[in-house]
Write a protein that binds this ligand. Structure first.
Ligand code: SF4
Length: 296
């Protein structure tokens, strides 16, 4: 039966021990089997990896494995400390580590058969620096020869964070949120008009008007192609329009930012982002394994 499914996305968060530890169950072998089965079908297969300090040094290994299993896409998931992630906010990588990782992904994208994408909107900025247009985390069109300039206007229109602009999220109970990582209920699909909420929500309007952003994201030259991760801004500051504290261009302002739990009625926790001096290359310099092996 054709139900119109074209793509499956499977989470693989490291090599066997790392994945099983992160997911809290022994499921690595079944995940690998699932990826292999999906790749053998006519479905597109994306392997997604939520990158934290826990698995930063295993990015290339996961990419090798995904490619070997026949995946079409490797998707770096930008860890956002919301939901259960709030309890492990200290696992978030620093702005410097994120920048190095995104640079490494661009490098990998040039030599891989797979698409190499990221949910970090800064990927659009980093790609642009290498002559590649990544309008969002959905594609890297500029990788195709000669297309860059022609579609630049599109990137400036739809680029970077797509929350409330290109997509939103439908929760299992029907609640509509700007994205799966922004826990703001906009309406419920069983009660409110789907299109009415999409058109009229003040929250979505705020996400679409980047001239209303604050701090570094307000004045940034890359505001239109990036816009910062709105979920990260909300998770750390409680304000959707604040600067994305995960961006290296905002790193100087990230010293005193805490995970904000006002959205759940709690008290903000003392969980500062790492300073630029802490772990800029990972606990044991492991990120160097990801980015500096030019011998591939
Ligand atoms: S400052 Fe904001 S808009 Fe500029 S690159 Fe960083 S996250 Fe994107």
């Amino acid at each position: 039966m054709d139900v119109g499914c074209e793509l499956v996305q499977v989470s693989l968060d490291g090599v066997r021990e790392t994945h099983d530890e992160f997911r809290g169950m022994r499921c690595f072998d079944r995940v690998v089997e699932g990826i292999r089965n999906a790749a053998a079908s006519e479905l597109g297969v994306a392997v997604s990896m939520a990158v934290t300090r826990h698995n930063l040094g295993e990015v290339r290994q996961v990419m090798d494995l995904a490619e070997g299993l026949g995946a079409d896409t490797f998707m770096h998931y930008n860890f956002i400390p919301v939901g259960r992630g709030e309890g492990i906010a200290e696992m978030d990588i620093s702005p410097e580590e994120r920048e190095d990782l995104l640079e490494a992904l661009v490098h990998e994208s040039r030599s891989r058969r797979m698409n190499v994408l990221s949910t970090a909107p800064q990927y659009s900025r980093v790609c642009t620096g290498h002559g590649i247009l990544s309008m969002t985390h959905f594609d890297t069109f500029g990788a195709h020869e000669g297309l860059g300039e022609e579609i630049r206007f599109l990137a400036e229109f739809v680029g970077g964070c797509g929350a409330g602009r290109l997509y939103w999220a439908l929760q299992p109970n029907g609640d509509l949120t700007p994205c799966v990582f922004i826990p703001i209920m906009l309406g419920n699909v069983t009660r409110d008009g789907f299109l009415d909420v999409w058109r009229d929500s003040p929250v979505l309007r705020a996400l679409r008007d980047r001239s209303g952003f604050k701090g570094g994201c307000e004045s940034c030259d890359h505001r239109n192609v990036c816009g910062g991760c709105r979920a990260r801004a909300y998770g750390y500051t409680g304000d959707l329009t604040q600067s994305d504290p995960g961006c290296i261009l905002n790193a100087a302002g990230s010293f005193n930012i805490k995970v904000n739990s006002n959205k759940t009625g709690g008290v903000p926790q003392e969980t500062p982002l790492r300073t630029p001096h802490q772990g800029a290359r990972g606990p044991e310099g492991r990120l160097n394994e990801v980015i500096s092996d030019e011998s591939r």
